[in-house]
Write a protein that binds this ligand. Structure first.
Ligand SMILES: *[C@@H]1O[C@H](CO)[C@@H](O)[C@H](O)[C@H]1NC(C)=O
Ligand SMILES: *[C@@H]1O[C@H](CO)[C@@H](O)[C@H](O)[C@H]1NC(C)=O
Ligand SMILES: *[C@@H]1O[C@H](CO)[C@@H](O)[C@H](O)[C@H]1NC(C)=O
Ligand SMILES: *[C@@H]1O[C@H](CO)[C@@H](O)[C@H](O)[C@H]1NC(C)=O
Ligand SMILES: *[C@@H]1O[C@H](CO)[C@@H](O)[C@H](O)[C@H]1NC(C)=O
Length: 668
């Protein structure tokens, strides 16, 4: 789902005043900007709107405070500058800038990355069923391929500003470049061999070493649905509670939980070659290599409401064939807003809606993207977890390492003060370790007069009232009596990738888009995480479903899952994945800006959102796309590309990073 429409609040407030006291030329520019805005709004092209408005304003605007900080350049150091992790000094800590030592060829060799448990070890087999190997093709000629990283980091690479690798279980000591990351999925070999042939224009020092490490898979006839299905069937015992209870021989084995990895796409979506590589990587790394722990699904929004996808299998299949690359046909599920109107008839009356800020249909994907996921989860109660994944996300590292690492990290978090920790940005450079950060949050929460969240949150209701909350979400003790024990070892019900903030403390524009409650009473307490990327448990999704169909409750998509979790006492976390910025922010300024905005308007989730533009992960981040494209080898604003890479230190090598949004990508 696109979220660029939230635009319009990112300008410094001074700008408005200066435009009012303005010259005819400026007025002309402003008129043009408004004209484009209206045209594009009418055309529904929110993305384009954003682009033109920014263009028109370019010369007019007052620079943001962060634009004066020096740019970091170590991101672009290539594989010929690799150093051992223990020798690496982050760019932020280098006091005297010197050129890194550039070798003739990469000074180390790529290695296979295997982040899975050692499936064949006796420790694993002691309490798990054996894992059967999975293949890409039906004839089992091509085993699910490995991918490769360099066991080092380019000299002078910046450190992430938020989050950390170590805490989320991602190896911090290696980096990824295009041949090792995507070569095995067809990036670097020819269409005649079943690859995509995208590497002809790439700098490639040392790449032949990677090329020699894998067998080229012919992807031309791959059917991922068959591959995933077969993999699951071979490994079914691992996930079957009956088999775990056992018959003597298999007794006492752990039941492995399963996830659906749900990609939110739509009819008319253009699958670039790079997107194909990313999708193959997800299926291979999450599903096939893990012995079926995940199933990747494409959940496709059919935008034309007049197509009766529910009435005819032929129409359904035809719609898939016209909108999805053949290799993914079998993992595709279609839905439409028309179908959601029937599934969740409501009613959702206007008088029960606090504010319809976007002035759009309640059944539209814009206001209720979660309806489709809730429906999907009802059809697939076999999964324990559902990852809601957007199409404009990219990740440079190993998918399983990232997702499994985050899930395990979340599982270990105690529930006490979890909402409070999750509402902040952890900046290790100033806060220290996670446990120091946790102590800080504890101290500041106790010093404030706010009551920490502890179990389901109650609030005045009338009319239909509230659904009861699941018994297991009732705290076993009083808050004061818990020694950070409750919740440890319990899988999280909601994992998000930006802080879980209270919108009442911000001027986030959709904070009052709350439906189905008595609007004469106070608005219910809420939480929000920007970007609808999350892992949701089956239990949480079932409650969301029931809240919607039975109670006619719903809220803006980024607010709904966190708020249902808050109301019903589910375990919710913001996972501190590493986030980079393009400039060297002073850390105290960064902490103040993001964690202590002086007014609600200054919140990074309100008018202060411009502070995110230089980041690698936010809905309006601009650096994310630039860095991703440079990593692929593209020329970006006159920088990068084959010639420049070859004349410097060759292609970039980044540690695993989650990027959002990626609005375009190319290898040229
Ligand atoms: C990394 O460390 C190993 C072992 O100490 C050493 O042999 C190697 O030369 C180092 N590599 C680089 C690029 O510094
Ligand atoms: C890349 O180069 C190879 C070998 O020269 C050639 O066969 C192939 O057609 C090229 N691929 C593309 C996409 O241009
Ligand atoms: C639609 O596609 C499915 C899956 O490929 C297939 O099993 C089914 O027979 C198809 N139905 C029609 C009417 O084409
Ligand atoms: C929201 O506003 C739109 C446009 O005015 C209107 O069509 C729609 O019915 C409203 N929906 C709700 C639930 O208020
Ligand atoms: C909403 O709350 C007001 C104020 O308590 C009350 O008078 C009214 O009856 C309630 N409406 C419904 C539909 O319950």
């Amino acid at each position: 789902m696109s979220d660029t429409w939230r635009k319009g609040f990112s300008a410094p407030r001074r700008r408005l005043g200066s435009l009012l006291r303005t010259s005819p030329k400026k007025l002309f520019v402003l008129t043009i900007a408004i004209f484009f805005t209206l045209c594009l709004l009418a055309g529904g092209s929110f993305r384009a709107r954003r682009y033109y408005v920014e263009k028109a304003k370019q010369d007019e605007r007052i620079p943001y405070h962060w634009e004066k900080y020096p740019r970091l350049s170590g991101f672009y150091h290539g594989v010929r500058t690799l150093v051992n992790y223990t020798d690496w000094v982050p760019e932020q800590q280098i006091t005297e800038k010197t050129k890194p030592l550039i070798h003739e060829v990469p000074p180390m060799d790529p290695v296979v990355v295997n982040p899975y448990p050692d499936f064949s070890s006796s420790e694993y087999l002691q309490d798990h069923h054996p894992v059967q190997r999975c293949y890409v093709d039906e004839n089992e000629k091509f085993p699910a391929p490995d991918i490769f990283a360099y066991p080092g980091i380019p000299a002078g690479m910046p450190a992430p500003f938020w989050g950390s690798y170590e805490s989320i279980g991602v190896a911090p000591d290696r980096c990824w470049e295009r041949f090792g990351r995507f070569g095995p999925y067809g990036y670097s070999y020819n269409p005649a061999e079943g690859g995509l042939g995208l590497s002809n224009n790439s700098a490639h020092a040392g790449a032949e070493k990677v090329q020699d490490m894998f067998t080229k898979v012919d992807y031309r006839k791959v059917d991922w649905s068959k591959a995933q299905k077969k993999c699951f069937e071979k490994n079914q015992k691992r996930f079957d509670p009956e088999a775990a209870r056992g018959d003597g021989a298999t007794e006492g084995k752990k039941v492995v939980k399963r996830s659906a990895y749900v990609l939110r796409t739509w009819t008319g979506y253009q699958y670039t070659d790079i997107q194909l590589l990313s999708l193959r990587a997800m299926i291979n790394e999450l599903s096939l290599k893990s012995g079926g722990e995940y199933d990747v699904h494409l959940l496709v929004h059919v935008k034309d409401n007049s197509i009766p996808i529910w009435a005819s299998e032929e129409v359904y299949n035809q719609t898939i064939r016209e909108n999805v690359p053949e290799e993914f046909w079998g993992i595709t599920t279609l839905w439409s807003e028309q179908q959601m109107r029937t599934y969740y008839p409501g009613p959702f009356p206007e008088e029960e809606n606090f504010e319809n800020h976007s002035k759009s249909d309640i059944h539209g994907v814009y206001r209720s993207a979660h309806f489709a996921l809730q429906w999907f989860a009802q059809q697939h109660q076999e999964y324990d977890f559902f990852w809601n994944w957007e199409m404009d996300l990219r990740y440079t590292g190993h998918y399983y390492e990232f997702h499994n690492g985050i899930s395990e990290w979340a599982k270990e978090q105690p529930r006490k003060l979890l909402w409070e920790r999750s509402s902040r940005f952890w900046i290790p450079g100033i806060h220290g370790s996670w446990s120091k950060f946790s102590q800080l949050v504890e101290r500041e929460t106790m010093e404030s007069n706010e009551k920490p969240v502890w179990g389901p949150v109650t609030f005045p209701t009338s009319g239909r009232g509230m659904l009861p909350s699941p018994k297991e979400n009732t705290p076993p003790t009083k808050f004061e009596e818990d020694n950070f024990q409750w919740g440890v070892g319990e899988d999280a019900d909601l994992i998000v990738f930006d802080p879980l903030f209270d919108p009442a403390k911000t001027n986030w524009v959709f904070r009052r888009d709350v439906s189905g409650y008595n609007t004469s009473l106070e608005i219910p307490p809420r939480r929000v995480a920007i970007i609808t990327v999350a892992r949701l448990s089956r239990g949480l999704l079932n409650t969301m479903h029931e809240e919607t169909f039975r109670m006619h409750h719903t809220m803006f998509p980024e607010m709904w899952p966190p708020t249902v979790a808050l109301h019903h006492g589910y375990k919710a976390v913001y996972a501190p994945h590493p986030v980079y910025f393009d400039r060297q922010w002073p850390l105290d300024v960064m902490d103040k800006t993001f964690n202590y905005p002086p007014t609600p308007q200054d919140s990074p989730f309100g008018w202060g959102e411009h502070n995110m533009q230089g980041g690698s992960f936010y809905y309006n981040a601009g650096f994310s796309g630039a860095l991703w494209r440079r990593w692929l080898g593209a020329n970006e604003n006159g920088e990068g590309g084959k010639k420049m890479e070859e004349s410097r230190s060759d292609r970039m090598c980044l540690r695993g990073t989650l990027y959002h949004p990626i609005k375009s990508e190319s290898v040229e």
